[in-house]
Design a protein around this ligand. Structure first.
Ligand code: FAD
Length: 374
């Protein structure tokens, strides 16, 4: 039987089952999964990887602290500063979680709060405060779409957030809490308004350590040579996670911020003494990598990341991650393009693209597309 005939006969079979009224009711669920599982029967549509389809190259600086994000309270003259920065490669994923933990540090009677930064962390923090009835003024030098948050891929998985041998006591507890709170809150935002949706994702090579706990990546499966859709990668893990579309998502957060009554001031702070002049007694510091200069946190360094973006392909509804010997490769489909990653260069402050890396990324993904079972 040819592949097309196989697919046709599968569809007919499912139709017959549906007509007989047994598909969703009495047919065993494992058999239903096998029948509808595109991996076993149809293969995955390949990404069309070529230089001609490349629509942009982007570079961003992940705000990374080997000891993990900073969620601490600092007294600065008459002000209380609550830090919420340094989320590395997982800032989108952790945003609602660390925002919740950060605002829990504010004393109840405080009404006027300043938030610094309008990336995903600042906006999430400001929105939660507004929902608590606080009066919030957000100060920032840049707004979406000109933040690092807009550069993110942004797949829900808080990766590259800390170095295991450099974290302090209690950090993992905070990290796991933040991951869980955040993932749960993102679930409520699934849909077009926020550009958030579930995506089936393959981890080629297997043995991945899923940050925050495997329960945050539902429908986990270990695939083998017969079930993996990738010819060259018989050992593959399959999960579901959330995909966030930064251009849609950050705009929606900004809209929510205004609708909830937030006030915005465009302003860059060059030194902390300027903060002591603000009207608000409590200041939430969500300046990301900006804290390196503003607060002199020299443990905060960039991990430079580069992405190649191809023309969108509607039929691609899966993602994958592959730590190849030549470097990391990951693919996520979004409305604004097929996101191909990526690079991770510690302490590189440059925002210029590296053409050799773009070539590596395109070649690597082309090979994966060619190796799909059809
Ligand atoms: C290539 C790449 C891929 C990524 N992929 C993912 C992913 O798949 N999933 C994921 O969860 N994360 C991902 N990330 C990481 C994520 O983008 C960051 O962790 C996150 O954006 C950090 O958010 P932030 O709000 O702290 O910082 P930013 O988005 O940088 O926002 C900081 C804000 O503070 C303001 N600011 C800074 N300094 C000052 C100052 N002195 N005065 C006034 N305002 C100031 C800035 O203007 C800005 O508005 C990726 C990052 C990169 C680069």
């Amino acid at each position: 039987m040819t592949h097309i005939q196989q697919e046709e006969s599968r569809r007919n079979f499912i139709k017959q089952l549906g007509a007989a009224g047994i598909l969703m009711t009495s047919f065993p669920s494992f058999a239903f999964n096998a029948l509808t599982d595109p991996v076993s029967f149809t293969g995955l549509p390949p990404v069309n990887v070529s230089h001609e389809r490349l629509i942009r190259k982007v570079v961003g600086l992940r705000p990374y602290r080997p000891s993990g994000f900073n969620l601490s309270v600092q007294k600065l003259d008459n002000k209380v500063i609550i830090h919420n920065y340094g989320h590395g490669g997982g800032g989108i994923s952790l945003s609602w979680g660390t925002a919740s933990l950060a605002i829990a540090k504010i004393e109840n009677e405080t009404q006027q709060v300043a938030v610094l930064g309008a990336g995903v962390v600042g906006l999430s923090t400001a929105i939660l405060l507004l929902k608590q009835g606080k009066s919030v003024t957000l100060y920032t030098d840049k707004l979406p779409p000109n933040t690092t948050s807009n550069v993110a891929a942004a797949f829900w998985a808080p990766v590259s957030v800390y170095e295991s041998d450099q974290i302090g006591e209690g950090f993992m507890d905070q990290f796991n809490k933040a991951s869980q709170i955040s993932q749960r809150m993102f679930q409520d935002l699934v849909g077009d308004r926020y550009g958030v949706w579930w995506i089936k994702t393959y981890f080629l090579g297997g043995n991945f350590d899923f940050p925050g706990g495997l329960n945050l990546y539902p429908n986990y499966k270990e695939l083998t040579a017969s079930t993996s859709p990738f010819n060259d990668h018989p050992i593959t893990e399959e999960i579901h996670s959330l995909m966030i579309e930064p251009p849609i998502y950050l705009k929606a957060l900004l809209d929510d911020f205004y609708q909830l009554g937030g006030k915005l001031v465009i302003r860059k702070f060059n030194q902390t003494s300027e903060l002591t002049q603000l009207n608000q007694p409590v200041i939430m510091n969500c300046t990301g990598l900006g804290s390196h200069h503003l607060f002199g946190d020299k443990t905060l360094i960039p991990i430079q990341g580069q992405l190649a973006v191809l023309l969108p392909q509607e039929e691609i509804k899966y993602g994958y991650v592959y730590p190849s010997y030549d470097g990391l490769l990951y693919m996520f489909p979004r409305k604004d393009g097929i996101i191909l990653g990526g690079t991770s260069e510690k302490d590189n402050w440059s925002l210029s693209t590296n053409e050799q890396e773009i070539k590596r990324i395109l070649n690597g993904h082309q090979k994966i597309a060619e190796g799909l079972k059809q």
